[in-house]
Ligand binder design. Sequence first.
Ligand code: EPU
Length: 417
Amino acid sequence: MDEIIIKGGRPLKGEVIVGGAKNAALPILAASILTGGTFTFHNVPKLKDIDSIKQLLASMGADVKSNGHTVCIDTANLNHFEAPYEHVRKMRASILVLGPLLSRMKKAKVSMPGGCAIGARPIDLHLNGLSLLGADIKLAHGYVEATAQKLSGNEIYFDIPTVTGTENLMMASAMAKGTTILRNAAREPEITALADVLNQMGADVQGAGSSVITIKGVKKLKPVTVSIIPDRIEAGTLMVAAALTNGDIKIKNCDPNHLRSIIHKLEKTGVDIKILKNTIRVKGNLPINSIDLKTMPYPGFPTDMQAQFMVLMSVANGFSVIDENIFENRFIHVSELCRMGADITISGSHAMIKGVAGLSGAPVMASDLRASASLILAGLVATGTTRVSRVYHLDRGYESLEKKLASLGAAIKRVSS
Ligand code: EPU
C-alpha cells in the first residue's frame, strides 16, 4: 500500500493546473446510459472513482476506452441493468446509474450504497422522487429494484437539497412523459454542468443552478462530445496549501465563479487573492487570522473543503468554530490533526479550534477522501516528517496531488510500502 511522505516547512511557489471535476464527471459519464451511441468526454480526471464508474458501465455492456484524459463510451450495446454490490461498495456514487437505467432499460437493480465513514447518507430522496415519476420501487436483499414502463413528469420537492439525488432525477425525467419540476434542488456547479450536457444531448432542462429545475421530457436524446468542468475542490485545496505555507502560487484552469465562498473565507484569513480570468493567484500573508465557518449547500461553504480549512485554522491566530451541517460524521480527521499538535475540541456538529504556533510531523492515517487531503496539507506546514498512510482514499478524488505539490516546491513523495 502506498504512503505519502512530506517534509514540512517549504513555501509553495509557481503555477499549477487544476483537473476536471470528479463530481461533475461521475453523473455526466452515467448520463451516457440514457441513449445508445458513442460519447466522448474530455478533461476527465484519472481517479479511482472514475475507474469505478467506467468499470460499472463496462459491466453493463458499454464499450469504454480511455486515452489520457479523454474517455470514449459506446453505449449502443448496453444491455444489463444491474449495479452489483461489488461496484457500489467501492463507490457509493454508483447510485447515479439508477435514474438513467430506469429511463433507458425500464428497470434497474442497484445495490443500496449504505453509509460511509462520513455519515449514514440515505437515498430516500432519490427513491421518493423516482416513485413520484411512476417507478415501482422494491427494496430486497440489499438492492433497490425499480421498474417503470413509462416514467411521467411530476412535481418533486426535496426535503434536503441533495446533489446526486437532483442529478438522478434530472436524468430520469429527461425523457419522461410531460414536465418534471424539482423544487429545493441542489444548486452546485456540477448540477449545472450535468444540465448543460443533457441539453446538448437534446434534453430540455431549465433552471439548473437555481433551486427550481424544470425538465420537459423529450422523445429522444443523442450522444455528445463534451469537456468536464474544472474541479473546484481541487482548486480550493491548492489555495489552502498556498495560504498555509505562506506561498505564492497561480492556480490555472479553474472557474473562480465556482470558488466564491472559498475565496471570501480565505480573504478573511488575510490571504491575498487575485483573479485573472481562469487563473487565481494566492499569496500567503502570515499570520493567519482565525475565522468561523459553517458548511452549507452551494453557494454556501462546501463540506468538501471543511477538513482543509480546519488545518488552516489549526495554525491561525486565535479561536475559530467550524460547524459541519451536511454530514454527521465529517470530523474524522480531527483526532489525526490533534496527534500532529492541533488543539481541536468537538461538540456535536461544532469543532472549536484554538490556533497553535505550529504542527509537528507524525505518522497519520487517512480515513476518507477530503480527510486525506487535510492530512497532506498539515504535513506541508508541520515541522519534521509526516507519513500519510491509506492514501487510496486520496486517489479516489485527487489526481497526483503529491506531484502537483512537488512541482510547487513541496518536499513530498509517494512510496510503496
Ligand atoms: N440526504 C438524505 N437523503 C437522500 C440524499 C441525501 O437525507 O436521499 C442527506 C445526506 O445524508 C446529507 C445531505 O442530504 O446529509 C446532502 O447529501 P447529498 O445527497 O447532497 O450528497 P451526495 O449527493 O451523496 C455529493 C458529493 C459529495 C459532497 C456532497 C455534498 C458526489 C458524487 N458526491 O454527495 O462529495 O460532499 O454532495 O456537497 O457528487 C467528495 O467528493 O468527497 C464527496 C463526499
